[in-house]
Design a binder for this molecule. Structure first.
Ligand SMILES: [Fe+2]
Length: 294
């Protein structure tokens, strides 16, 4: 049995005080948003509890699906790099970036610069990349690109989609459990037009043609389970809440998911375990477990 853990959207705070010149762009709006509401909803002690509980489960690998920072300030990237080191080594942790990790055009290369060792394939390739751990082949995608004010959209781009098709097709002939890691969900939620993955239909078409065993995403800060069409049945696509979210009416409380993966092609089994922060409970506890595959 291989145990894969998934957490997302830690939105590490507080935002360091930037020079005014750093705020004369979308960052200014982001900072206002942070102090109006976000800073109250993301807490370091909650994130620490999530990571400690996850480490106690001794996962074979950890997937992190983006939004480590908030407005892409240089000091945020450096702090997030230190946080990643606490989560695990680049060999034990695979990261894909989110929209907040490329908040403005000037910061577009910062994630690769600071966290590159966590975002490379076994062969050193950048997106899309492949990392193999036990029976699992993780395929890392980036949807992270600078957008205008009030926008949180993502895009894979035709080049990345073409290479993703080749990778999924090639891996479909190997005895591996394919896990696609992506920040944006593959189907936008109702009312999330400004937050959507623009080329999600093309991604779903590729998955429908070549298949994958599992897709993990973040972005919406909520528990989500969708079933995508695959060539031999449905593919589970699972989202997690922010790993630093307090209990509030704003977002779902912090959680992470575990996947217990066994078997072989045609006979895979995968059980999902959700562990979260909940009123009336001490620390992080199991919310539910359910078979996803098999
Ligand atoms: Fe996001």
């Amino acid at each position: 049995m291989f145990l894969l853990a998934h957490l997302s959207d830690p939105h590490l705070g507080p935002i360091p005080t930037p020079p005014l010149r750093e705020l004369l762009n979308k960052r200014g709006l982001g900072l206002i948003n942070w102090y109006r509401k976000r800073h109250r909803h993301h807490r370091a002690d909650v994130l620490d509890a999530i990571v400690a509980d996850m480490h106690a489960q001794q996962p074979g690998h950890i997937a992190v699906t983006g939004d480590l920072v908030n407005i892409s300030l240089p000091a945020e990237f450096a702090r997030a790099a230190r946080w990643l080191e606490q989560v695990g080594t680049p060999a034990d942790v695979t990261l894909v970036p989110g929209n907040h990790d490329a908040y403005i055009r000037r910061a577009a290369g910062s994630a690769a610069q600071h966290w590159g060792d966590y975002m490379r394939g076994d062969d050193g390739a950048l997106f899309p990349f492949v990392r193999r751990r036990g029976p699992v082949a993780m395929i890392g995608l980036t949807t992270s690109l600078p957008t205008g004010p009030f926008m949180a959209t993502g895009r894979l781009g035709d080049d990345q989609l073409a290479r993703l098709g080749e990778i999924l097709g090639r891996l479909s002939h190997e005895p591996v459990f394919r896990v696609v890691l992506i920040h944006h969900p593959p189907i936008p939620s109702h009312g999330h037009y400004m937050k959507r993955l623009i080329d999600a239909p093309k991604l779903r078409a590729l998955l429908g043609k070549h298949g994958a065993e599992l897709l993990l995403h973040g972005h919406n800060h909520e528990q989500q389970l969708l079933w995508l069409d695959g060539p031999k049945g449905h593919i589970p696509a699972v989202g997690v809440p922010s790993a630093s979210a307090i209990i509030s009416r704003h977002d779902e409380p912090a959680a992470y998911n575990l996947y217990r993966i066994s078997g072989e092609p045609g006979a895979w089994t995968c059980e999902m375990v959700v562990r979260d922060l909940r009123a009336g409970h001490t620390g992080i506890t199991e919310l539910m477990r359910r078979p996803l595959i098999g």
